[in-house]
Design a protein around this ligand. Structure first.
Ligand SMILES: NC(=O)c1ccc[n+]([C@@H]2O[C@H](COP(=O)([O-])OP(=O)(O)OC[C@H]3O[C@@H](n4cnc5c(N)ncnc54)[C@H](OP(=O)(O)O)[C@@H]3O)[C@@H](O)[C@H]2O)c1
Length: 256
């Protein structure tokens, strides 16, 4: 499908997969809405992509877990950007990696509020316009954590199972429309994810990726672009993408 001139809205575009995804969509000629809490980062990214690819962009400082802010932001989009064609629900995070009976309840709240409620708030704000126009594509970024479980991952895996459930139910809600709903579920990808998960402990984060080649954010971004670029009569419902060295959460072929 020709993506040039389409409007793609990417949450969590300030780092990692969301940032790489912004560049992928820019290469395809999409105009971009780039959202994150770190406004300076999305502003800088927008400028770079505009000068490299000649696209238009609009940025917003948005915490997806703030329901009122999400509603206000999408109600007040400028005219050139208010018909969103592609929504990439990417903003998300893990917090902590310990047994349920020990980890911080505040971390649970952040993961549930961001990965589940945030994705829902943004979807609820954007999809009515897609329904009205009878066109659009929602691509949710899940995880292999949405397809299994691992020790220390009770709440993170629960949020990603929720993303899968939401994706599959939403596709059914939209059966009588031309709107497509997909999920892309990556395995270990080297981004800021582990630094955030371990509260800024870069040494511990680095260890997650030691001795093997994890996915690059760009690998996932290319896959997201592929999903979006299928012809309109094709919906890729889900894609799971692993680094070759990984075959399950903790089954990783580390060379040292
Ligand atoms: N890395 C992996 O191994 C991996 C594997 C499977 C799935 N994933 C999923 O991929 C997605 C992207 O993660 P990543 O690996 O790219 O991590 P990342 O480098 O830490 O990027 C996360 C992005 O989400 C944004 N974000 C976090 N909380 C937010 C909030 N409340 N409101 C708005 N934006 C928020 C961050 O921006 P600000 O901090 O500026 O707001 C950042 O741009 C997540 O949904 C994650 O669960 C990652």
């Amino acid at each position: 499908m020709k993506l040039s001139g389409k409007i793609a809205c990417i949450t969590g575009a300030s780092a990692g997969i969301g940032k790489a995804c912004a560049e992928s969509f820019a290469t395809a000629g999409c105009n971009l809405i780039l959202l994150a809490r770190r406004l300076d980062r999305v502003e800088e990214l927008g400028e770079i992509l505009k000068s490299k690819y000649g696209i238009k962009y609009f940025v917003g400082q948005l915490d997806v877990s703030n329901r009122e802010d999400v509603e206000r932001f999408f109600k007040n989009l400028p005219k050139d950007f208010n018909e969103i064609d592609i929504l990439v629900n990417n903003a998300g995070l893990g917090k902590g990696l310990g047994p349920l009976y020990e980890n911080k309840i505040d971390d649970w709240e952040v993961m549930i509020d961001t990965n589940v409620k945030g994705l829902l708030y943004v979807s609820r704000a954007v999809i009515p316009g897609m329904v009205e126009r009878d066109r659009g594509h929602i691509i949710n970024i899940g995880s292999i954590a949405g397809r299994g479980t691992y020790p220390g991952g009770s709440v993170y895996t629960a949020t990603k199972h929720a993303v899968n459930a939401i994706t599959n139910s939403l596709r059914k809600d939209l059966t009588n429309t031309e709107i497509r709903v997909s999920t892309v579920d990556p395995g270990l990808t080297e981004t800021e994810f582990s630094i955030v998960r371990f509260d800024g402990d870069k040494e511990r984060a680095k260890k997650m990726y030691e001795g093997f080649q994890p996915l690059f954010a760009e690998d996932v971004a290319e896959t997201i672009l592929f999903v979006a670029a299928r012809p309109p009569h094709v919906t890729i419902s889900d894609i799971v993408i692993y680094p070759t060295a990984q075959s399950d959460f903790h089954l990783v072929n580390r060379k040292k």
